[in-house]
Design a protein around this ligand. Sequence first.
Ligand SMILES: [Zn+2]
Length: 95
Amino acid sequence: MPDPDRTPLLHDIVSNLHLHKGCNEKPLPCARGVGRRCKKWFPKPEALISTFDERGMPLYHRGPADIHVVAYSIYLLYYFCAHINVEVRIYPLSR
Ligand SMILES: [Zn+2]
């Protein structure tokens, strides 16, 4: 989560537009499959650094307060003030 004291506008935009809230509802509107896990993979794991998993999906640096934050671009949020999903999947060139 953006720091509300250093970047109050960004904090407000992320709080209002970029939090995954489906996992807090009963029944889970975002659950599917065996075990009824969130189909959008929330809550996301905490991570000390940003990296990629074995499928090439990004794993972003996240602290405990960020596990329900949908990944965002600061520039796109400030410009459009809207929920915008942008993720790039990386495929290895060879194995
Ligand atoms: Zn969910």
